[in-house]
Design a protein around this ligand. Structure first.
Ligand SMILES: Cc1cc2nc3c(=O)[nH]c(=O)nc-3n(C[C@H](O)[C@H](O)[C@H](O)COP(=O)(O)OP(=O)(O)OC[C@H]3O[C@@H](n4cnc5c(N)ncnc54)[C@H](O)[C@@H]3O)c2cc1C
Length: 305
């Protein structure tokens, strides 16, 4: 392959992780391209983000705009911005990579940083989509405080559900956990904490059928006939990472890219990943940007040989 038209780094994704990476790459004068379908990432739909450090309140839309404009400050010879969807990444014989977009554009690079995040697994129940952002929410740490003093329910049986319930119990009137089976996927120590919290009740073998409401959600029906009057419905039934287009690196059973948390390196030399697409335990905007900055430090040293 000709090495004249090759980038040092291709960043895939333009959420908080990809945007942070692009700014750092440009400032380090790494010849880079960022390829993304859009800027902003998952919290673009949020009305009020209250934990973006340094900014007490910002809408997801404004956060997306500020990320995009920060990246565009550096657009030019060193940093290319390519709007598009990546459909495949392959490794060439000389260990470089070829990144293909849905418009059949192929971009060659020495290093790759994957920051394509994930999508939340959605609740499959009648009216769950109708009441999304009107009581049905997919992020307890983001939206929880809005439900201070209210009765809420958390749907799920893993760590995310149990940890969300513990967070919510500190300020909600009551918290119920609806678990599909009678087994928990959460760690024993977390289950123990939940069981001892007088403000949390676990209901096992419960399958949600419908979300009730008027302008906002005000209840749910589960197991066909059982009703709960709740104003907040927190869905924590897992995430689906956007990583199917890259298949030669190690991933966990869900598809999260396995990284070394000290450097964000993936299993194949020349590939890094940051943010929600990784197997990192916690996923937040601030964590995604921090992971990406860490990756860039590692990539910079690697590119210098
Ligand atoms: C409703 C909601 C509210 C939230 N609120 C908060 C909050 O208040 N505070 C907080 O800290 N966290 C919040 N989060 C979590 C936070 O949004 C994520 O942790 C964060 O967005 C992860 O950033 P990321 O860059 O890793 O991935 P993402 O934000 O998922 O960004 C991925 C990017 O990759 C792009 N992309 C995806 N696939 C491709 C592809 N094949 N080719 C090219 N581009 C692609 C997408 O367009 C997007 O730009 C919220 C999440 C949700 C769902």
């Amino acid at each position: 392959m000709s090495h004249e038209n090759i980038f040092d780094l291709v960043i895939i994704g333009g959420g908080p992780a990809g945007s942070a990476a692009a700014v750092y790459a440009a400032r380090k004068k790494i010849k880079s391209a960022i390829i993304t379908t859009e800027f902003g990432g998952q919290s673009i739909v949020s009305d009020d983000i209250q934990n973006w450090i340094g900014t007490p309140h910002i809408s997801g839309y404004d956060l997306a705009k500020s990320l995009e404009s920060h990246v565009k400050e550096y657009q030019g010879e060193i940093l290319n911005i390519i709007k598009g969807r990546v459909v495949s990444v392959s490794q060439n014989d000389d260990k470089t990579f070829s990144v293909k977009t849905s418009k059949d554009v192929v971009i060659n690079t020495k290093a790759i940083l994957v920051t394509t995040g994930s999508v939340r697994r959605k609740l499959e129940a009648i009216n769950a989509d109708k009441y999304e952002h009107k009581g049905v929410t997919y992020c307890a740490s983001c939206d929880g405080p809005v439900f201070t003093g209210k009765d809420v329910v958390v749907i799920g049986g893993g760590n995310a559900a149990f940890e969300s319930a513990l967070q919510l119990a500190a300020y909600c009137k009551s918290v119920k956990i609806l678990n599909r089976t009678d087994k928990y996927r959460a760690d024993e120590i977390t289950v123990d904490k939940v069981s001892k919290n007088p403000n949390i009740q676990i209901i096992n073998n419960a399958i949600v059928d419908e979300v009730l409401g008027e302008q906002f959600a005000n209840g749910i029906i589960y197991n066909k006939t059982e009703k709960l009057n709740v104003e907040g419905i927190f869905v924590e039934i897992g995430q689906i990472p956007n990583t199917s287009y890259i298949d030669f690196i190690d991933k966990n059973t869900i598809g999260n890219i396995i990284v070394d948390p000290r450097t964000q390196k993936a299993s194949v030399e020349g590939v890094w990943a940051a943010g929600d697409c990784t197997d990192g335990l916690y996923h937040q905007n601030n964590i995604a940007t921090g992971d990406a900055v860490k990756a860039l430090e590692s990539i910079y040293i690697w590119l210098q040989g």
